[in-house]
Design a protein around this ligand. Structure first.
Ligand SMILES: [Fe+2]
Length: 455
């Protein structure tokens, strides 16, 4: 048993105590229920915290020490930095709320700050790969130190409501970085001419063997005056609020994601050489970067290959195309006589459906072909779906007070919303109202295309 799981047991034992003690004193039911509820909430938080922290560790089991350090471009962070930064979040925003807390290392305060200017001076993002020190072992020790302190805080029950709320935010934040660990290490390994395989990736047959080619169909959705945004049940980020009323005209949505084979047809039809298909900014980007295929695609001996977390493989034309920019997604949609969906259209289509699909838990770590069937497939998982919606505040949005207000609000310009999650997203992290966002030129995320059109 590890130290953490021992602490977890100790925490859970402790959290049971107040309920029985209060009961024996004959206090009113409401007080007992209140105490029990608080205990359950702390219990759930401790369990979730340990589960998510353990999941980050498991993602690293297939990596060498050297793999943890490389930064392949400014947008990519080394795995070691992700491990330290997520820990920094808990130390800075949760543990610092208590008295007499000694930082694990005073220099870490700025070293592993990402962009929170109100609490310090973040180390330059593009130089994170230069941090050969602290060592990976020291970062693991940092994580253990903070984990023990968080568990102790929960066990003593001295985390106030705001502290518990920020702890939950930190857990969700770590899940976001778990996805980034995988997207970033894929970019790192791609730059190595040995095309190394990420050891954690399962063979694709495991997920796709029961699937067959699903032809694209169109689903008509009725016009609606609907409430958009989170409904208040469970956790959400501030950018999913406030819930507000929108008018959604009738629209049609494709039954599945665009496949690699369909995208190949766009390429063979001169898609990357026809300016009439592209937004002006997109065409400039396409020319400047000499784009001719999605990221990670390459031709060898006449065969179309792509790099996956399983290494270099032939393209499976039935799988969703992935690692396209918003510009490429938009050009493809125009070529196909359709358009990208609006975020409200995807949220309404996903609402009420189970969060089911191909997520990180499948172990495949790559999109898989849609199952044939009558419903709209792949609304969750496989690939983040580019929308044509600008990442903007919802009407009435206000960022939270303090440094946490820097989490989302200040990025609400020059980016597009993506919906649905991907094959490297943790399932428990997603919901219909979830808004991801990236600039339209971003290609290293697991981003794909779903078509929409007007009836
Ligand atoms: Fe972060």
């Amino acid at each position: 048993m590890t130290r953490l799981s021992a602490l977890s047991r100790q925490t859970l034992d402790y959290l049971e105590q107040p309920v029985h003690a209060t009961w024996s004193r004959g206090v009113s039911m409401s007080a007992i229920e209140m105490t029990a509820r608080r205990s359950r909430e702390r219990d759930d938080l401790a369990t979730r915290y340990l589960g998510v922290r353990g999941a980050s560790k498991r993602l690293c089991e297939g990596l060498s020490v050297e793999d943890h350090i490389v930064q392949s471009m400014p947008d990519v962070s080394p795995t070691k930095w992700h491990l330290a930064h997520t820990t920094w979040f808990f130390e800075t925003f949760v543990l610092s709320r208590g008295p007499g807390v000694t930082p694990f290392h005073p220099a870490f305060h700025d070293l592993f700050n990402s962009y929170y200017l109100s609490v310090g001076k973040p180390f330059p993002r593009a130089q994170r790969g230069l941090l050969s020190r602290p060592s990976l072992d020291e970062v693991w020790a940092y994580r253990e130190h903070v984990d023990a302190a968080v568990m102790d805080r929960l066990a003593r029950g001295d985390l106030d409501a705001e502290g518990a709320r920020i702890l939950e935010l930190g857990i969700e934040h770590e899940q976001q970085h778990q996805e980034l660990i995988l997207t970033d290490i894929k970019h790192v390994l791609w730059h190595n001419p040995l095309y190394p395989r990420y050891a954690g990736a399962e063979p694709v047959e495991r997920a796709s063997r029961d699937r067959c080619r699903a032809s694209l169909r169109w689903h008509g959705l009725s016009p609606d005056i609907a409430d958009l945004g989170h409904d208040g049940r469970g956790f959400c980020f501030d950018n999913e609020l406030p819930r507000h009323r929108v008018l959604v005209p009738a629209y049609e949505l494709a039954s599945r994601l665009v496949t690699a084979g369909e995208y190949l047809a766009f390429m063979r039809d001169g898609g990357y050489r026809r300016p009439e298909l592209w937004l002006s900014d997109g065409w400039d980007f396409c020319r400047r970067e000499a784009l001719s295929a999605p990221l990670y695609w390459l031709e060898r001996d006449g065969a179309q290959l792509h790099f996956t977390l399983r290494g270099l493989e032939p393209i499976d034309e039935d799988e969703p195309v992935v690692h396209v920019s918003g510009y490429e997604a938009d050009a493809y949609a125009r070529w196909a006589g359709a358009r990208l969906p609006r975020e409200a259209e995807l949220e309404l289509a996903a609402r009420g459906r189970p969060v089911a699909g191909n997520f990180v838990e499948s172990g495949v770590l790559h999109p898989v072909a849609a199952a044939s069937g009558g419903d709209i497939a792949q609304l969750f998982g496989d690939a983040w779906e580019w929308t044509q919606s600008a990442y903007a505040p919802y009407p009435g949005y206000a960022p939270p007070d303090g440094a946490i207000g820097e989490y989302n609000g200040k990025f609400m310009v020059n980016q597009l919303v993506l919906r649905g999650g991907s094959c490297v997203s943790p399932r428990s992290h997603l919901r219909a109202s979830y808004r991801n966002f990236f600039p339209p030129h971003a290609r290293w995320q697991f981003s794909g295309i779903r078509l929409a059109r007007d009836p």
